[in-house]
Design a protein around this ligand. Structure first.
Ligand code: NAX
Length: 334
């Protein structure tokens, strides 16, 4: 069998990791013939719980799981990794200012960027999930200058999956028949779930989402709001943030980045902007529709029409990302 793919998961003692690690170790991400070595990272307060997770992974008796390393040292966790999945971040606590949250996360993603720079494979693919995910990814890339910044991404696939699920339910079709619905911008309330290029497969025909749903007011109003507020709705109901669905979305993101997207379909990934696409300024980690080839190289889908309605949405989420970046750079400078 081939050499194991080496995957670091940070925040390994947390909620998302609990589902995600099983999914990776059982072959759902890298395929049924690809062994995996897992390198788990958490902070010292999480070490004992992480050990319990490692014990359970062992007890799953999974044929593809070649090795499990657990550590609280990023230099050990990121050593020679092919993939780094960064779940661990400073959570927002009651009464904490946005500013303090961002400062704490700048510290974490600086340390992890520097460690990736020193010990990871130069071909490492990074996905940041810990919030604020887009800006954390940008900071991480900034501190890993020897790794191309296009290899740093942030997760918006959960938002895409939520959007597709809402449309499937509204249209009364199976969720896999909803295609090419994408998320633009930040993983936050300003994100823009866009149906303009999406279609629904019905009796072997591809019907544009807008025609199938036939309710413009819903698509431009309640739909967007429901998707953007879904995380808050889960917290209100569960008293915990999304974990199962987040893990599934991370698995989708990494699987597609590793194995490629189906012909004719695109998916959402927050990636570094180069200033040449859709009027997004350079140097932001911004969610775009992308296609990924079988070798795992992604490309932002070019040439999609942007309506005036969409333009305003793209610009609003750009403004928020610029503000987050400015604040992050402020913390770096001081
Ligand atoms: P948990 O609080 O259950 O787990 C986080 C784990 O990370 C803890 O075990 C903690 O000890 C560890 N950790 C903290 N700082 C660390 C560091 N510097 N190095 C290594 N480990 C560290 O959170 P969970 O529910 O698993 O969520 C993880 C992150 O995902 C959160 O920041 C959350 O906000 C974010 N989310 C992002 C989503 C997205 O779509 N981008 C959606 C789901 C989720 O809300």
């Amino acid at each position: 069998s081939p050499a194991p793919v080496r995957v670091c998961v940070t925040g390994a003692a947390g909620q998302i990791a609990y589902t995600l690690l099983f999914s990776i170790a059982s072959g759902h991400v890298f395929g049924p013939n690809q062994p995996v070595a897992l390198q788990l990272l958490d902070i010292p307060q999480g070490a004992e719980a992480m050990n319990g997770v490692a014990m359970e992974l062992q007890d799953c008796a999974l044929p593809l799981l070649a090795e499990v390393i657990q550590t609280t040292n990023p230099l050990v966790a990121f050593k020679d990794v092919d993939y780094a999945i960064l779940l661990g971040a400073m959570p927002r606590r009651e009464g904490m200012q946005r500013k303090d949250l961002l400062r704490a996360n700048v510290g974490i993603f600086k340390e992890q960027g520097e460690a990736l720079d020193r010990v990871a494979k130069k071909s490492v693919k990074v996905v940041v999930v810990g919030n604020p995910a887009n800006t954390n990814a940008l900071i991480c890339a900034h501190y890993a200058p020897s790794i191309p910044s296009r290899q740093f991404t942030a997760l918006t696939r959960l938002d895409e999956n939520r959007a597709k699920a809402q449309l499937a339910s509204r249209a009364g079709v199976a969720v896999e028949n909803v295609k090419n619905v994408c998320i633009w911008g930040n993983h936050s309330n300003t994100q823009f779930p866009d149906v303009a290029h999406g279609y629904i497969v019905a009796s072997d025909r591809e019907v544009p989402v807008a025609d199938y749903v036939g309710d413009k007011a819903y698509l431009e109003g309640e739909f967007i709001k429901t998707v953007a507020m879904r995380g808050a709705a889960i917290i209100a109901a569960r008293k915990l943030s999304s974990a199962m669905s987040a893990a599934k979305a991370v698995a989708d993101h990494v699987r597609d980045w590793h194995q490629g997207t189906p012909d004719g379909e695109f998916v959402s990934m927050a990636v570094i902007s180069d200033g040449n696409m859709y009027g997004v300024p350079p140097g932001l980690v911004y969610s775009f529709p992308v296609v990924i080839d079988k070798k795992g190289k992604y490309r932002i889908v070019p040439g999609l029409d942007v309506s005036p309605f969409a333009r305003a949405k793209l610009d609003a989420t750009t403004a928020e990302l610029q503000e987050e970046k400015r604040e992050a750079l402020d913390h770096i400078a001081h």
